[in-house]
Design a protein around this ligand. Structure first.
Ligand SMILES: [Zn+2]
Length: 332
């Protein structure tokens, strides 16, 4: 077809040297383009695999106590409570059980290399929570002693209480009585006092200082010996709190697993993933109550009892965001 002349798209036939140079340039450009494309693909693959890793935390639980930035140790003290909370190397002791358990607590603290207590907490003034403090404070100095505000009408007049007061004085610790809503920190953990809310509790158990301890998004609730009336008050007041504020990964069940505590309404708010109960072997109170165990087991299979498993340790490894319970077992 005659018409418009064809656009000459071929290189000058007469210059073969130029042709060779042209071919080499084309080959080099193609090679560069191919290499760049491959690199981009590799980067994309890497990005993809990183994105996948971000969402999928490996589920091995090989981390050890020394890996765990946040630790809760329910020390096996027989009938009573003594719980060591460690956050980024700082230590808080919640209760010190009975006097006869003091040497076991001191040994435990020493084994964990705890040489100073940032906080010594007395949830309430019964002997199975403060009895060990005189000797414990003598061996491992507390910087701060924390209690709840106890109505004068029910302040104990026991020798145990007198000795406890004297030990605080001799320790030189700063003493504070806290109330619901107060906050403080331990390492990177933030701690909120949840209860007591009632100012006129008629029993010491219901003056228990209840602590919510949060590290990253891991929440633990320590209840002392809080019983049903104060649990109800706490649940009612939770409408004023941020959403799911009472929901907890780890719950220290109230009052040694007694049926006076761990009521349905409270557990429905807490929905614990792990539970620790501190009580003595064959204790005369029948703790923990079978009914309480059943209520707790409706939420989790991870219900651990010091009387059966010895020391119960809840660990959280911030690097891998894994948590688990390890137990010492009962020695001879
Ligand atoms: Zn108790």
């Amino acid at each position: 077809m005659a018409g418009k002349p064809k656009k000459n798209t071929t290189p000058n036939q007469g210059n073969s040297k130029n042709n060779i140079i042209y071919a080499i340039v084309v080959i080099v450009l193609c090679a560069v383009a191919l290499f760049a494309g491959r690199q981009e693909q590799q980067q994309q693959e890497q990005t993809n695999s990183l994105q996948i890793f971000d969402g999928e935390i490996p589920q091995n639980d090989n981390f050890t106590i020394s890996d765990a930035e946040f630790q809760v140790h329910m020390i096996d003290v027989g009938q009573g409570d003594s719980i060591l909370v460690m956050a980024d190397g700082q230590a808080m002791l919640i209760d010190a059980a009975e006097s006869k358990a003091s040497s076991a607590i001191i040994s435990y603290l020493q084994a964990q290399n705890v040489t100073e207590l940032e906080y010594a907490v007395a949830t309430h003034l019964h002997a199975d929570h403060i009895g060990g403090y005189p000797k414990v404070m003598g061996a491992v100095k507390p910087k701060n002693v924390i209690e709840s505000i106890c109505p004068e009408s029910i302040l104990p007049t026991t020798q145990t209480y007198e000795k406890y007061l004297k030990a605080i004085e001799e320790s030189g610790a700063k003493y504070q009585a806290l109330k619901a809503g107060d906050t403080f920190t331990l390492g990177n953990a933030s701690i909120t006092v949840l209860a007591p809310i009632s100012e006129h509790a008629s029993s010491l158990n219901n003056t228990s200082l209840v602590l919510r301890v949060q590290y990253d998004d891991v929440v633990c609730i320590f209840t002392g010996d809080m019983e049903l009336p104060e649990e109800k008050t706490l649940v009612a007041s939770s409408v004023e709190m941020p959403e799911n504020f009472l929901k907890a990964d780890f719950l220290k069940a109230g009052h040694h697993g007694s049926d006076t505590s761990s009521g349905a309404d409270f557990l429905a708010k807490v929905q614990p993933e792990y539970v620790g109960i501190s009580c003595g072997v064959d204790n005369k109170y029948g703790h923990p109550a079978q009914s309480t165990l059943e209520h707790l087991k409706a939420y989790t299979d991870e219900v651990h009892i010091t009387a059966e498993e010895g020391d119960i340790v809840f660990l959280y490894d911030a690097d891998t965001r894994q948590k688990k319970i390890v137990t010492s077992g009962k020695g001879e």
